[in-house]
Design a protein around this ligand. Structure first.
Ligand SMILES: NC(=O)c1ccc[n+]([C@@H]2O[C@H](COP(=O)([O-])OP(=O)(O)OC[C@H]3O[C@@H](n4cnc5c(N)ncnc54)[C@H](O)[C@@H]3O)[C@@H](O)[C@H]2O)c1
Length: 302
């Protein structure tokens, strides 16, 4: 979507960190942005930020828990009532549920799956029919992580949900291209956000059978890393990815060799034997996906 000026974006988890960085970049590019979040303190801070910049007319803040499907519908109605047709959906809400499988309990898995898979599903099911209906095209960005491509050693829950949405984006990409709707899997590396406040966000219902809840409280006090990317730079990279219709939006060059190593490990694991030509022919629709060739060719042109 080259021409973003005047277009409307809806961001989940948009009042803090990476989502706020997207909102800043979008507003600076002339878009109107609906910033949804379930943390009231973040909504208040974000509202104050845009007011101070005299950009409050280009933003609309609303409270939304992405796990609540009825509330999602109401939020979409409110967004359209405020600004009109929504073109860009950013499924960004999430939290850093980190820890080893040996300590994980059902509440840890369930919370992560409900927000970071279920919340994305709710976003797509709510907004895709609306984008298709207005027919002006659009873009869906879903925030994964480098941890969705290079799974974090010792944190399988986070890696599961983040890898899941990469596959979701790859599978939707070709189908929605026919409708002039771009799809991006956004895979940031370390960004300076409030992600360490995971303990503040865990709902009561997911505290009873958790192996991580206690440790998460201490995470809120962890010192900040010094080489994280700023949310502003991160947001600009998302905007560029939307404009270029990138399938993968990567932010950190430092991870390229790790990705190559993972792909190399997969390639090295195939049976070293002749292709069964008849089988390859019959299952040609499964053995690759045209989106990969398109990405490689587009990268060659830029
Ligand atoms: N910070 C990083 O280094 C990093 C790296 C890779 C991926 N990510 C991903 O980026 C996304 C944004 O995280 P962040 O780092 O900006 O953290 P953040 O805590 O600063 O922002 C996340 C926002 O999501 C909101 N949120 C959480 N659960 C929600 C729910 N159920 N409904 C609605 N809103 C909800 C929070 O209130 C918060 O405002 C997450 O999906 C995270 O996994 C972050």
């Amino acid at each position: 979507m080259q021409d973003v000026e005047g277009k409307i974006a809806f961001i989940t988890g948009g009042a803090s960190g990476i989502g706020l960085g997207m909102a800043i970049a979008f507003v600076n590019a002339g878009m109107n942005v609906v910033i949804s979040d379930f943390r009231r303190d973040h909504l208040e801070e974000s509202t104050a930020y845009f007011k101070k910049k005299n950009l409050e007319n280009n933003t609309h803040h609303l409270r939304l828990d992405v796990t609540n499907r009825d509330a999602f519908v109401r939020a979409a109605d409110e967004a359209e009532g405020k600004f009109g047709k929504v073109h860009v959906l950013c499924n960004n809400a999430g939290m850093g549920i980190l820890g080893p499988v040996k300590q994980a309990k059902f509440d840890d898995w369930d919370w992560a799956l409900e927000v970071m898979i279920g919340g994305v599903v709710n976003g797509i099911q709510t907004f895709l029919p609306r984008i298709l209906k207005h027919g002006e095209g659009g873009h869906i960005v879903t925030t994964s992580s480098m941890g969705g491509v290079i799974p974090l050693a010792g944190s399988p829950i986070y890696s599961t949900v983040k890898a899941g949405v990469v596959g979701m984006c790859e599978a939707m990409r070709g189908e929605l291209a026919e409708e002039n709707i771009g799809v991006s899997a956004f895979c940031p590396g370390p960004v300076s956000t409030n992600i360490h406040e995971v303990g503040l966000m865990r709902p009561e219902k997911y505290k009873k059978d958790s192996g991580y809840a206690e440790k998460e409280q201490a995470l809120s006090d962890r010192p900040k890393f010094s080489n994280e990317m700023s949310i502003e730079e991160c947001g600009e990279r998302v905007l560029r990815g939307i404009r270029r219709n990138d399938l993968y939006i990567f932010t950190h060059r430092e991870f390229r060799e790790g990705v190559a190593e993972r792909m190399g490990a997969m390639l090295a694991s195939f049976p070293n034997e002749e292709i069964n030509r008849e089988r390859a022919k019959e299952f040609a629709f499964l053995t690759s996906n045209p989106i990969f060739r398109q990405v490689i060719e587009a990268a060659g042109r830029s």
